[in-house]
Ligand binder design. Structure first.
Ligand SMILES: Nc1ncnc2c1ncn2[C@@H]1O[C@H](COP(=O)(O)OP(=O)(O)OP(=O)(O)O)[C@@H](O)[C@H]1O
Ligand SMILES: [Mg+2]
Length: 363
């Protein structure tokens, strides 16, 4: 088990032609505490795989340090870092049985006989692979293969961390749930430091205690799922997390508070009064879940028109329009929403985030 730390880390691929894109990772600092379940979440090309490969030693960073428990490991080869890595496509030996696949890393380590058997049985029990012991890996379905891949990674007792790079991508949706549950179980039982890479927010939020949002080689925010939901540090995080993402509305300061250009919207005084201390470009962020709506007229709320109703089972997503302003609201009540109908809207101050030059300002 290890605390993993990246300090002033930068990486530039030698083969990168365009100067602008040359940094895959830029001045990145983070600590993943020992034994914690973490996710790295970000759009395609933001540098997630590069980061994992730097931690495991498959890539040497251009500059900066990788530390395990406070000790720099930059010059330590991959096999001496004791990391288990699970990739998008399962890595198993097709001609070997499940048992032999799991025993392979142990035998490589010089272990034999009862010691190998005991450990393999332990891992098979943990991963619920007992019934597949003697099966050739070529006969397994993709989800089972991925579980065996995972088992091979964690079989060695000196494994300190488990890095997973989009491990559920090729797995059937129904089997995904089971695999995710097993991953979580493994992390809790073995108390491994786990870093799980995905571009799927649902996977990240349900799996990890702490989610790190990466964009263009930078960390935008690293926080609990709840914190990311309630207090996104930037409008990008607000939009990237959530379904649909946070509404972001450009605002302008006026003598008596805030206004939204192009609309006649009035903001509650509790929000407007927070504008005093804001400098630079100002944005207001409110999640569709927190937009208050009423089909009955409310004198102190704003009148919108329902443009679109998207049914999502337990709730509906309304697209609401006022002048040139469009927002999304999530409502539970199915009886109230019809396209073309008016809807009165309020932004509760305590659920509204304000951003100055793209950074959240605490109320
Ligand atoms: N071998 C390479 N040579 C040159 N550039 C590379 C190489 N590998 C990755 N890159 C570039 O580095 C940046 C980060 O890539 P990386 O694969 O780490 O992103 P990612 O977040 O894992 O993306 P995805 O979600 O698509 O897997 C991208 O701009 C990518 O084009
Ligand atoms: Mg990747």
């Amino acid at each position: 088990m290890a605390k993993i730390e990246l300090k002033s880390l930068e990486h530039r691929y030698a083969s990168s032609r365009k100067e602008k894109d040359s940094f895959a990772i830029e001045d990145l600092n983070i600590v993943w505490e020992d034994g914690t379940a973490n996710a790295l979440l970000g759009p395609s090309g933001c540098g997630k795989t590069t980061l994992l490969n730097i931690i495991s030693g498959l890539i040497k960073p251009t500059s900066g340090s990788v530390l395990f428990d406070g000790v720099e490991v930059n010059d330590r080869p991959t096999r001496e870092r004791h990391i288990a890595q699970v990739f998008q496509f399962p890595v198993v030996y097709d001609t070997m049985t499940v048992f032999d696949n799991l025993a392979f890393p142990l035998r490589n380590q010089g272990k034999e006989g009862n010691e190998v058997e005991a450990r393999v049985n332990e891992i098979m029990e943990l991963l619920d692979l007992g019934s597949l012991t003697a099966m050739k890996a070529s006969h397994l379905n993709p989800a089972e293969k991925q579980i065996v891949s995972l088992g091979r990674g964690i079989a060695r007792k000196d494994t300190v961390a488990l890095l997973l790079d989009e491990p559920l991508t090729v797995i059937d949706p129904i089997l995904k749930l089971d695999l995710r549950r097993k991953l979580r179980l493994v992390q809790q039982e073995l108390k491994l430091t786990m870093i799980y890479v995905t571009h799927d927010q649902h996977e990240a939020l349900t799996f990890a205690d702490r989610v790190t949002i990466v964009r263009d080689g930078f960390i935008v925010q690293s926080a609990t799922p709840e914190e990311l939901f309630l207090h996104p540090r930037t409008p990008f995080v607000g939009y990237f997390i959530g379904s649909p993402g946070m509404n972001t509305l450009r605002c302008e300061k006026t003598s008596d508070g805030l206004e939204i250009p192009g609309s006649s919207l009035s903001l509650p005084s509790a929000i407007a009064s927070r504008a005093d201390k804001l400098k630079g470009r100002i944005d207001l962020g409110i999640r569709p879940e927190f937009v208050e709506t009423s089909a009955e007229e409310r004198s102190d709320w704003n009148r919108f028109t329902i443009q679109m109703v998207d049914h999502a089972g337990a709730y509906q997503v309304l697209t609401l329009q006022s002048g040139s302003l469009q927002i999304k609201a999530r409502v539970e009540d199915h009886s109230i929403s019809k396209e073309g109908d008016p809807m009165w809207v309020n932004f509760p101050s305590e659920k509204t985030n304000l951003y100055a030059d793209g950074e959240r300002v605490a109320p």
